[in-house]
Design a protein around this ligand. Structure first.
Ligand code: PEP
Ligand code: MN
Length: 337
């Protein structure tokens, strides 16, 4: 249930509604807008007469949230959420590009690629230190050493960092070294991990599961938000279909659909979305044109020798050209890079 307070509502009036909600067993979440306060009561509304709230002083309107996700819903939070991290922001007029190698491989590799992507306008350096590989024999990432390198390079080049967490045991390490914590597609429904991430105060980049519906993605976000962490950035990274010419089928329509139902920013990952270097730029352009709040692009200076995802990593010169194209597309739809 959402209770929209009038512009003129005093703190006392908001407090009275809050108290009543708590007394009726609701968990209360608050959105303070430019003019208005909105209270969200999460709980069972079957036995509640919403007119009791409608008649309270300072209340403008009471709405039921019909979607199963509540805090992630646009009904609860009509304005876009803007997630800010260092120089980067997601959800406003800026299209924020996160780029880097799939995995941190060495100090030299990370510096080389980070310098290139920063020069081209990427605002976030993205690379994995813990890698969820399909094969247990494939490179699994550098672990803590990789996170330390991310922090070192991020600080020296003044660029925010994002890296993937695979299990709760890695959380302290992530908090120490990384600005944005990524939950990968395979962990989108790891509910105990999502709950833990609700208790921290760092942004979470939540990728859509391989076979997850948009509603399931938003329910996963709800797990994080219900713990009080509202800084969730969603990511469309392609889903499994019967198609075999691409690694995944990138669902561009998920971008406007999600933006209609949720206030959370959504970015797109055409690298994992297609799995092929030559398909990354077209799908990146399409995602920005469709309104994505940002992108994840895998870039490698020597992809033939990359320890993971070389085939979908673009060269720095291709990234440079792509960023130029994206600037024009962003401009055409009233945004900036
Ligand atoms: C990644 O971002 O490197 C990754 C493993 O992606 P996903 O979880 O989308 O497969
Ligand atoms: Mn990858």
């Amino acid at each position: 249930m959402v209770i929209v307070m009038k512009d003129s509502a005093t703190e006392g009036m908001v407090h009275a509604v809050w108290e009543k909600l708590e007394k009726q067993g609701f968990q209360v979440h608050q959105v303070v807008g430019v003019n208005q306060t909105i209270l969200g009561g999460i709980g069972d509304i079957r036995d509640v007469d919403i007119r009791e709230y409608e008649v309270m002083e300072g209340v403008q309107e009471v709405l039921r949230i019909t979607e199963p996700y509540k805090l992630a819903s646009r009904t609860f939070h009509p304005d876009n959420t803007i997630v800010e991290v260092r120089e980067a922001s997601f959800g406003g007029e800026i299209v924020t590009v996160c780029a880097g190698p799939c995995s941190v491989e060495s100090e030299e590799q990370l510096y080389t690629i980070a310098r290139e992507v920063k020069k081209c306008g990427a605002k976030v350096l993205r690379a994995g230190a813990f890698k969820p590989r399909t094969s247990p024999y494939a490179f699994q990432g550098l672990g803590e050493k990789g996170l330390q390198l991310m922090q070192q390079v991020g600080e020296e080049l003044e660029i925010a960092t994002v890296s993937e967490i695979m299990e709760i045991a890695q959380l302290d390490m992530m908090l120490k070294y990384i600005d944005i914590i990524q939950v990968g597609a395979r962990n989108m429904q790891n509910y105990s991990l999502l709950r833990e991430l609700g208790h921290i105060r760092k942004p979470i980049l939540l990728k859509r599961g391989l076979s997850a519906t948009i509603e399931e993605l938003l329910m996963a976000a709800e797990y994080i938000m219900s713990g009080g962490n509202y800084d969730v950035i969603l990511c469309e990274r392609g889903i499994r279909t019967f198609e075999t010419y691409t690694r995944n089928t990138m669902d561009i329509s998920a971008i406007p659909v999600t933006q209609k139902h949720s206030h959370l920013p959504i970015i797109a990952d055409p690298s994992h979305g297609t799995g092929r270097r030559d398909k990354v730029a077209p799908m990146a352009r399409a995602a920005v044109a469709a309104g994505a709040n940002g992108l994840i692009i895998e870039v490698h200076h020597d992809p033939d020798h990359a320890l993971s995802d070389g085939a979908q990593s673009i060269y720095p010169n291709q990234f440079h050209r792509l960023m130029e194209e994206l600037r024009m597309i962003a401009w055409a739809i009233g945004k900036r890079i």
